[in-house]
Design a protein around this ligand. Structure first.
Ligand code: ARG
Length: 558
């Protein structure tokens, strides 16, 4: 079964061509109220405007030429000339019985996400990037893209020169420190660097040694990276992220490309020297003071920075990975950075495919300020996630037939992820565990519960897979929603807005609860019963698949 909306749209467009000589886009939309049927079009109003005829008369002529009786009830003309369509129950049943699958696109998308920094704890911003990035990768894969994940870990830069010198000075073995130890080492080395010029000079030389590949220096650096990656993997594990070690392509991976990147920009005449640094000034990018803003590709000390690395990464993704689309899941504060990088890369001829910054807002603490520990430090993600799991575990107390530990994990982590994904990603949100784990409202546990309840119901009935009758409006409304799954996923793949999938799943769960109230399943009989079981089976699949795309587990019992 192909999707319903395109078929109905094509028929309406054909009617417009037959009656008025032009195949208008019918702009068919889901009806806003049940009394308007299933779909609505304002086509007659637009044509009426264009040809100077009363819209209701135009609507009557359109309906006359419209061939829809195999799919819909007789179309209705409403209000000033809206055309309302109601699908025949059989059309709905057929659409739910054989759901639409999305074809492969033969297109490759590179998704840059998570991107924590070596020698630092992951913070809630990295949590958002990881959760949103995972969900988008799943959705893009489902929509038929070939997805390449890139974890652009911050593992390069002058701070490693300082840290290695500090290690040597304190006579510490590189492998004696865990992530916490590395973070403290960084802080000591920073203070030392600021206070002691001789140390600062040694640290600078050490950066040169690191960048040029001195084996002893590289070995110490490698150790810091590995300790950090092990720690990140623990967070990914607890989170159920799809990210693998092989997806890590950190800033260091581009080290050897940097001189060439700068040389090419220079040959193209795109660079200007400013206070000893090599900069690109792009038209239209001005600072608050109205002065042109630079993209600094080489600093005055000769070192390359974050921007040079990102330029090399863009080039690599287009020319080596053959991306047809590039997506960066990074917080909103880096919007200008990406805008400038994309513009410069296009100017240099390195970027000829869409590049999108999937920007997101800040996670706030209970005080409405960016989420920090009481001392102002980074909140440890593992602790945060574990407290969500503990909260979920308390909710499950006394439940029978539930694998308590596994379910608490699925519900606690699911709650955190859903809260992150369900509001427009551009918005800030308050990290409020009580609200996240609530069993009512637009939450992860509410959807998981809807799924578990269906699973329990279906374990009591025999199987039934084919809907043959849909008489009750509540059944029809649920069936209509189920037909929209693929189109919703497609829309998320297009807009990169996971909250649309959350809203859709919440609508499905809400329609399901109305269905439960109006349409008994176990106590009904014959064809009605079999059909309702099949409708429940299809609903369960949509909830399970939808949660799966969001990266959220759907336990069978809770
Ligand atoms: N590591 C950076 C940070 O924590 C984010 C990197 C984003 N990705 C990129 N290609 N610049 O802020």
């Amino acid at each position: 079964m192909s999707a319903l909306l395109p078929v109905l749209s094509a028929r309406l467009s054909a009617a417009a061509a037959a009656a008025f000589g032009t195949p208008y886009d019918p702009e068919l939309r889901a009806a806003t109220k049940p009394e308007f049927g299933h779909y609505q079009s304002n086509l007659a109003l637009r044509i009426g405007n264009a040809v100077g005829q009363p819209p209701r008369a135009v609507a009557a002529r359109l309906v006359e030429s419209l061939q829809l009786d195999d799919l819909c009830e007789t179309p209705e003309i409403a209000g000033p000339g809206f055309i309302n369509l109601t699908l025949l129950p059989q059309t709905l049943a057929t659409a739910v019985n054989s759901p639409e699958t999305l074809a492969g696109k033969g297109r490759r998308v590179v998704v840059d996400y998570s991107q924590p920094n070596v020698a630092k704890q992951m913070h809630v911003g990295h949590l958002r990037s990881t959760v949103i990035g995972d969900a988008l990768c799943n959705v893009l894969e489902f929509a038929g893209y070939d997805v390449i994940r890139q974890n652009h870990v911050g593992d390069w830069g002058t701070q490693y020169g300082m840290m290695i010198e500090q290690l040597l000075e304190e006579d510490l073995a590189a492998d004696s420190l865990d992530l916490q130890g590395l973070q403290l080492l960084y802080e000591r080395s920073r203070r030392h660097f600021d206070a002691d010029g001789t140390f600062a000079d040694k640290a600078r030389l050490r950066v040169v040694a690191l960048q040029s590949g001195d084996p002893a220096t590289r070995a110490m650096w490698r150790h810091m990276v590995d300790v950090s990656l092990d720690d990140f993997d623990q967070v990914y594990e607890l989170l159920g992220s799809n990210l693998e070690r092989t997806d890590v392509v950190g800033e260091s991976a581009y080290n050897d490309d940097l001189p060439r990147v700068v040389a090419e920009l220079e040959e193209d005449g795109l660079l200007t020297e400013s206070d000893g640094a090599m900069c690109a000034f792009l038209p239209g990018f001005l600072g608050r003071d109205g002065d042109p803003l630079p993209v600094i590709v080489r600093k005055s000390d000769g070192g390359f920075g974050y921007s040079a690395t990102d330029l090399a990464a863009v080039r690599h993704r287009v020319s080596t990975l053959h991306a047809d689309r590039i997506v960066y899941v990074v917080d909103h504060r880096q919007a200008l950075h990406f805008d400038m990088i994309f513009t410069l890369a296009r100017t240099a001829g390195w970027l000829d495919v869409p590049a999108e910054h999937v920007s997101f807002g800040t996670v706030l603490g209970p005080n409405g300020k960016p989420f920090k520990t009481r001392e102002g430090g980074t909140v440890k993600l593992v602790d945060l996630l574990e407290s969500a799991v503990a909260r979920a575990d308390a909710l499950l107390a006394g439940r029978e037939g539930v694998d308590r530990a596994a379910t608490a994990r699925a519900v606690g982590i699911g709650a955190v992820k859903y809260a992150d994904l369900s509001s427009d990603r551009g918005n800030d949100y308050v990290f409020d565990l009580d609200r996240m784990v609530a069993m009512t409202g637009n939450t992860g546990p509410y959807l998981q519960y809807a799924h578990a309840r269906l699973t329990r119901l279906l374990s009591k009935t025999g199987p039934s897979t084919t809907i043959t009758t849909l008489k009750d409006p509540a059944e029809q409304r649920l069936a209509l929603l189920l037909t929209g799954f693929a189109a919703t996923v497609e829309q998320v793949a297009e807009t990169l807005q996971p909250h649309r999938l959350c809203t859709y799943l919440y609508d499905v769960a809400s329609a399901l609860s109305v269905f439960y109230e109006q349409c008994p399943v176990l106590s009904s009989e014959g064809e009605t019963r079999a059909s309702r079981i099949a409708l429940c089976t299809a609903t369960r699949k949509v909830l399970q698949d939808g949660l799966g795309l969001l990266g959220i587990e759907a336990p069978d019992a809770m």
